[in-house]
Design a protein around this ligand. Structure first.
Ligand code: SAH
Length: 397
């Protein structure tokens, strides 16, 4: 029998957020801690009046001092973790049109597994441990993913910046099995090679799957500009959708090399329609504007300019700048698919920023569609922070 977990007692009136099943407990809400629980240990979080609010993973280094595993009394052990992982995977299997080849299997807080991300690429699973709690259950997580997916390899990409905030060192490597080289998966009939050991995120932006499909469907006959192209997801989707020509820009040479290899892997896409530029998007869009270039469809999918709300103001300027340039480059009747994956900028603020850009560009423009992460990236209703990715499809008059 495991010992009863240590108790973390909250200050009076600081229990609201956990009662609303928001999984984060901030350090400022804590009145007292029983003993000195180690990083990742399970603690009982109790209100000032003694009510049990949650069983949570303790994270002594982080401002998010604990993350809830459960709001009901239960035992947090390897079988609890395995059941949550199985629940996440089963939910996806039961979703209509669920992607089988490239998909997120576990999406952290929104799947009741704070800090844990697992993505599947063909028969390889990539796991990312981003919290003290996930780190503490590493062996159980790997075991459960191996059992639930029968993956031929499991790779760990625990090197996201959030690890430092949790007091955890980065860890990257093949945990089980052997990694095929190259590792190739399919999305909407297109083959992509993915660098799961060194690529961004777990190697691919799986959250943009639906957006790539929708944008690709707007590409027929269009002259397309794909800014921040990474390994060519939107580029290949647009070529498959019948684009006349696609110019793609990224500042990362390895990303562009993989993008070009991905295009070569799909000979039906006729690579002569693609042009690749290794450049800073801000500088390149100014250069194109000065050259009076125009495009019929522009994709702007920049990196997170505002990881948290503290960065929102500077980020807002960057979003406005790049959207203003894009709206100037857009031909009349053209479409702009513009995204923000910044947690610190919500959908309403993003819309305002884009509206400001249109005003300054003297462009009459309307929202004709909205984008969000695909269904394998759920957003728990109690966890609005999960809604980091938003996008607008804008039509210029
Ligand atoms: N749309 C892509 C994902 C984009 S991720 C997809 O669907 O896969 C953001 C990309 O922006 C990264 O590849 C990064 O290398 C690139 N990037 C970041 N800052 C940049 C800048 N100033 N100029 C050009 N590219 C930049």
């Amino acid at each position: 029998m495991a010992a009863r977990p240590p108790i973390v007692r909250l200050k009076p009136g600081r229990d609201r957020s956990l009662r609303q099943r928001h999984p984060w407990l901030f350090s400022g809400a804590i009145a007292a801690v029983e003993g000195d629980p180690p990083s990742g240990a399970t603690v009982e979080v109790r209100a000032a009046d003694g009510d049990l609010l949650a069983l949570a993973a303790w994270s002594p280094a982080s401002q998010i001092r604990a993350r809830a595993w459960s709001f009901e009394p239960c035992t947090i052990d390897a079988s609890f973790i395995a059941a949550r992982i199985r629940r996440a995977i089963d939910a996806r299997a039961a979703t209509p049109d669920a992607p089988r080849d490239g998909a997120r299997l576990v999406h952290g807080e929104s799947d009741g597994l704070p800090g844990l991300v697992a993505d599947r690429y063909a028969d390889v699973v990539v796991v990312q441990l981003g919290s003290a709690g996930a780190e503490a259950w590493r062996d159980a997580i790997v075991e459960a993913l191996a059992g639930a997916t029968r993956a031929r390899a499991i790779v760990e990409r625990s090197d996201a910046d959030v690890r430092a905030l949790e007091g955890l060192a980065p860890r990257v490597g093949v945990v089980r099995g052997a990694l095929p080289d190259p590792l190739v998966f399919r999305e909407q009939g297109i083959e992509y090679a993915v660098d799961v050991l060194a690529g961004q995120k777990t190697g691919f932006y799986l959250d943009q799957r639906d957006s790539r499909r929708i944008v690709g469907a707007h590409a027929a006959g269009r002259r397309v500009l794909n800014a921040f192209c990474y390994t060519g997801g939107f580029t290949l989707a647009c070529l498959a959708g019948g684009a006349a020509h696609v110019t793609s820009i990224d500042s990362s040479a390895p990303a562009l090399a993989l993008a070009q290899a991905n295009l070569a892997r799909n000979p039906a896409l006729n690579a002569s329609r693609a042009q690749w530029l290794e450049a800073d998007v801000f500088a390149e869009l100014r250069r194109l504007r000065d050259a009076a270039a125009t495009f019929d469809l522009i994709v702007l999918d920049p990196p997170k300019f505002a990881p948290t709300a503290q960065h929102a103001e500077r980020a807002a300027r960057a979003y406005k700048d790049v959207n203003l340039l894009a709206l100037k480059l857009l031909a009349p009747g053209g479409h702009l698919a513009t995204f923000s994956c910044s947690g610190g900028i919500d959908a309403a603020l993003f819309r305002k920023i884009v509206a400001g850009a249109a005003l300054d560009a003297r462009a009459d423009a309307a929202v004709v569609g909205r984008f969000a992460a695909s269904a394998d990236h759920p957003v728990a209703l109690a966890f609005p922070e999960g809604e980091y990715l938003k996008g607008l499809l804008i039509r210029k008059a």
